[in-house]
Design a protein around this ligand. Sequence first.
Ligand code: SAH
Ligand code: SF4
Length: 402
Amino acid sequence: MMTLLENRNGAAGPEPAPAKRSLAGMTKPELMAALAAAGVPEAQSKMRAGQLWNWIYARGARDLLELTNIAKSLRADLDALYTLARPEIAAEQVSEDGTRKWLLRLERQAPGERAPEIETVYIPEPDRGTLCISSQVGCTLTCSFCHTGTQRLVRNLTPAEIIGQILVARDRIGDWPGAAAPASRHGIPDAERKITNIVLMGMGEPLYNFDNVKAAIAVAADPDALAFSKRRVTLSTSGVVPMIGRAGAEMSVMLAISLHAVRDELRDELVPINRKYPVAELLNACRNYPGLSNARRITFEYVMLKGINDSIAEARELVRLLAKIPAKINLIPFNPWPGSRYECSDWAQIERFADVVNRAGYASPIRTPRGRDIMAACGQLKSASEKLRASGLGPAGGASAQ
Ligand code: SAH
Ligand code: SF4
């Protein structure tokens, strides 16, 4: 593990002077309003917003003064009021396997509040690069195997904070068109992109922050902005049944369901939202997911917990339950965290379980844990400073990488 950057400035320091607002991360309507506030006449605002859109999201501009096709005087007016700043990087870690994790420090929403922190993870693979982003600080749900569920501070991320994670990652891994590249409307050609896929599998329950997640996905998927194909954007939910249909209709993203158990009795314990929306209701919502087809399958995530949910009978029940749903099954080895009450299933048992699933016709990749040395794996995301504070080891408010 290598910590590249550690920034101990002021997680709980004095209140900073009111900062200039950042345009980076704004949605189209927000950008239009910001332009109006800078005195741009209404007749021009659409055209100007389009120019900023391209600079910010297709080219990755970080300085308003460099926007060369915008008149100098307007650049100066904008610069007086705004920045293109991203969320502050409190720490950046790089794993032996190339996985990167950023601890991002967000702005306080109330004076005196501790600056909240979230984590974002980049996972490079030979055929793709996946960015795992957070939708909330912490999570109001309390799945018993998930570290995020133990975090105290919870709030929804704004659209800008969700989009900001993608901007930071692109900045840090050099995933913007080079200065010498032709001025493409759509940024980098797909084949040269480092981040090809986005998964909402970081901290938080995305369907409990529906409107902001939807606004952020609109920017991520806009071909004139971050230009991700919606087939490469996956939203993972623990099963907020009433919002699943709306997610398909309004966001048309790929869906992943954190199933983890085939019986209500056990799922009630592992994924407590099951007490409200039991397995049968959840699977019904899946069957009705807009746009579902063999080419657009739902991914069912199943964390392998030793002696808890990993029997062969449960594997058989799993394939029986999913029989009529176009599905993929992802078996996730449990990632233990300090104080967790479960163990990961033995490898041989995971393979036996996978055999049953494979024989039923699912490719069922077993998701290899990535970035374990930097605690970047699923369900381990929880800010390092929170951990240090909880253990009594860390400075009262200081952020620190492990
Ligand atoms: N709240 C959403 C998305 C974030 S969790 C959800 O629950 O789907 C992303 C995935 O990581 C979920 O499938 C979750 O169940 C899984 N996960 C959480 N803790 C884990 C752990 N310790 N080991 C392995 N997977 C875990
Ligand atoms: Fe929240 Fe998902 Fe973790 Fe459950 S698994 S506590 S829903 S982040």
